[in-house]
Ligand binder design. Sequence first.
Ligand code: NAG
Ligand code: NAG
Ligand code: NAG
Ligand code: NAG
Ligand code: NAG
Ligand code: NAG
Ligand code: NAG
Ligand code: NAG
Ligand code: NAG
Ligand code: NAG
Length: 825
Amino acid sequence: MALPVLLIACWSALAGQVLARNTFDPLAYVDPLIGASNGGNVFPGASLPYGMAKAVADTDSGSRQGGFTMDGAAVTGFSTMHDSGTGGNPSLGNFALFAYTSCPGGDINRCAFPKKTRAAFGRFRNSNVSAKPGTFDITLNSGIRAEMTTTHHASLFRFTFPSDGADEEPARPLILQDLTDLADSRQDNATVAVDPKTGRITGSARFLPSFGAGTFVLHFCTDFKGAEVADSGVFVNSRASTEVHNLTISRSINGYPLPGGAFVRFNSGAEPILVRTATSFISAERACEHAEKEIPDFDFTAVSKAATDVWRAKMSPIKVSTKQVNSSLLTNFYSGIYRTIINPQNYTGENPLWSSKEPYFDSFYCIWDQFRSQLPLLTITDPTAVTGMVRSLIDTYRHVGWLPDCRMSLSKGYTQGGSNADVVLADAHVKGLREGINWDDGFAAVVKDAEVEPYDWCCEGRGGLDSWKSLGYIPVQDFDYKGFGTMTRSISRTLEYAYNDYCIAQIAAALGKSAEKEKYLESSGNWQNLFKEDQTSIWWNGTDTGFTGFFQPRYLNKTWGFQDPLNCSNLDTASVCSLQNTGRETFESSIWEYGFFVPHDQATLISLYGGPAAFVSRLDYLHDSGITYIGNEPSFLTVFQYHYAGRPALSARRAHFYIPAFFSPTPGGLPGNDDSGAMGSFVAFSMMGLFPNPGQNVYLITPPFFESVNITHPLTHRTARIRNVNFDPTYKAIYIQSATLDGKLYTKNWVDHSFFTEGKELVLTLGRNESAWGTKVEDLPPSLGAYEGFTKRSGSLRRTAAPDLWRKTAAFKGQFGSLEESLGM
Ligand SMILES: *[C@@H]1O[C@H](CO)[C@@H](O)[C@H](O)[C@H]1NC(C)=O
Ligand SMILES: *[C@@H]1O[C@H](CO)[C@@H](O)[C@H](O)[C@H]1NC(C)=O
Ligand SMILES: *[C@@H]1O[C@H](CO)[C@@H](O)[C@H](O)[C@H]1NC(C)=O
Ligand SMILES: *[C@@H]1O[C@H](CO)[C@@H](O)[C@H](O)[C@H]1NC(C)=O
Ligand SMILES: *[C@@H]1O[C@H](CO)[C@@H](O)[C@H](O)[C@H]1NC(C)=O
Ligand SMILES: *[C@@H]1O[C@H](CO)[C@@H](O)[C@H](O)[C@H]1NC(C)=O
Ligand SMILES: *[C@@H]1O[C@H](CO)[C@@H](O)[C@H](O)[C@H]1NC(C)=O
Ligand SMILES: *[C@@H]1O[C@H](CO)[C@@H](O)[C@H](O)[C@H]1NC(C)=O
Ligand SMILES: *[C@@H]1O[C@H](CO)[C@@H](O)[C@H](O)[C@H]1NC(C)=O
Ligand SMILES: *[C@@H]1O[C@H](CO)[C@@H](O)[C@H](O)[C@H]1NC(C)=O
């Protein structure tokens, strides 16, 4: 017996290897549950790439922004619209379904209808949850199993009921659908109707966006299959009736929004009941059309297989060698990429606000997070989607008047800093996105950001433009009688506006508009006007950080104000640093960290900081003393800015300092909100070994975390390759000793986007010590100013603190909490 078994085992292991080699499946390394607890706020459910339908179980967690959580909170419903990774209020989660195997004694009024009371029936164990790209599956402690999958606008749920026990009620399943959303933001006069014959439920309600202004109306259409309809009706608060089939419900002045909705009861629970629900921003009829067209026959297996196939194709451009690599790193990597393809959402054809032939993308939530690495990653992996997004941003400018800085649920979202859509457009332009993009309008849009102040700059454009133009900075306590917004963040707005202007200059240069190019290059230097060269930074215990020269707030009369450079750092738990009226002069980040945000002129910044060695020790101090926090986006580029000081080895080491220590492939494994996939893209780019300086045609080279990486461009079909010679899976040999690009010696520490479009090959020879590779002035990435003080090799390699000495803090999560309070949300 022993021998044949062994043979079979050998044979199948071999077959497995052959299979693995021929059909590498990136989906094997995607875990959608990463970030489903500990404030990751990731949407872990079923969706197509950029899909409008996003089905998942919703919990009553305080951190339910993405719908589902694995933090002990109970399921209160199953809904079909979500955002991913966001802060702010919980987003969407409208028109939740809930299922019961039966109502006690057959009395519908003994089933729990309101969301709050349903929670008692929604307990589950984390081990009874599974998620794969395109499907989500949960079994509640009640024994009800809910599986879900989606098409672009519609979700298909399959509820399986526990078989009758001897002393239990006969199964007469009741499925309800309510008129709430995750944030309980429903406004007056929502409607719902249920067809007594078919059980079809349709309805509409007005809701609030989760981090923005205004309201939006959403419609839905739900159908059932799998069991005979017994009866149906509507419920209001805790009471229901099978006599009434239509309802218009108030928000109510107390205990709002008043629970209300419809339900259908079935004669049998022996077979699973399929529930198909679709939404539309246009009408309930349109929602029904989506559902009928996309899921005509309620075939769960077919719909989920189609979703899986779409995901596999979408993820296939990036292939890494799995040889010797810990699978948890592979899961980190591919799951990170996956999370960048959830939001923004493609609502083309679903925009009731204007009619246009252009695509419409929503859930730019927010561009302050997305511009840095998420949208640049998609420019490599899915340029067609980014082209659609850019067209949509420009079309939004055409119809709304300005590019958004944040946009969700067809509403204007709050601007966090600069007009960073300017960076998104520049990034797309320098990387050659052209197809169908009207760049004249695109240029007009970014120029409007720079030239015309909106009356209300809460949600678009820039504030303080008169001062910006006359003084060359945004003053603290500005006098602005033309436009109105939260008068904080004068330092971070100045730095971001300066970079935004550089981005405008680049588009101008490419379009041959030399006067505009000169003009915006000039104002892109405005960041220097807030640099106070004798400013020191003292810890609150009196210890001097030893660094001099920091950005500082400045008044209208040009005298300096003061903000402690450590305020709003990761270690400052006292300051208010978000969009509150009491916020500081830097947004969600310290002067220390914003002190590196001059992405276009690192050379001048390095000179101001005293040369490359001083720049490097300041950057080390930023990371090693816990001032920065990798869980918030301004930190991303600082990991790699050593490249500009001629120390690319230190960028590589810093990337390994953060990954995997701060990113583990577990539900609680993200260091903060995923922010629409921003964190995911940071992980993906860092591990891939090319990090973008967004808005510029520059990727900073570090060794990939894998022996090789192949990236096939979806449009040119050329494959870009990076290969590590002397690859060391223990990551001690992470320093580039020499490199070739397409077979020729290459010493520059960066490449441009043609690496991807033309499918070049970079071969990196690694060693355990820092080398001279990429360290000379001619090797450094482009910078507006000239590199100075690089004659001698910069200081010797210092040891950095061990990652495990670090503590994570939730400083910014707390600030989002108080933001909600201050905005009255
Ligand atoms: C949940 O999963 C555990 C195993 O992890 C299993 O024993 C149990 O039966 C499941 N519970 C339900 C309600 O399916
Ligand atoms: C809701 O309906 C009531 C009754 O028809 C009406 O008085 C009220 O103005 C409506 N509210 C809104 C916000 O439309
Ligand atoms: C109930 O709603 C349905 C569907 O919207 C509609 O056709 C019907 O006329 C409504 N009935 C009443 C009594 O309002
Ligand atoms: C990348 O492409 C090369 C050349 O086709 C191939 O030899 C290598 O196995 C590929 N690597 C991966 C990780 O797919
Ligand atoms: C893989 O990484 C995980 C998480 O860091 C670690 O717990 C595990 O021991 C590693 N496995 C191997 C084989 O090194
Ligand atoms: C967006 O949706 C429209 C309509 O459903 C579709 O035609 C288009 O291909 C989608 N765009 C992308 C990038 O997925
Ligand atoms: C003051 O705090 C800083 C930062 O935590 C620390 O590095 C330094 O050693 C402290 N100084 C004293 C005297 O405790
Ligand atoms: C400039 O304005 C600030 C803030 O109002 C004030 O404190 C300061 O004294 C003024 N400086 C001069 C020189 O007027
Ligand atoms: C931040 O500023 C406040 C005053 O607003 C000060 O009390 C606090 O010590 C500062 N925090 C740090 C870390 O410097
Ligand atoms: C690498 O650096 C270490 C410590 O500075 C040194 O002992 C060692 O000889 C170096 N290795 C090589 C190959 O240069």
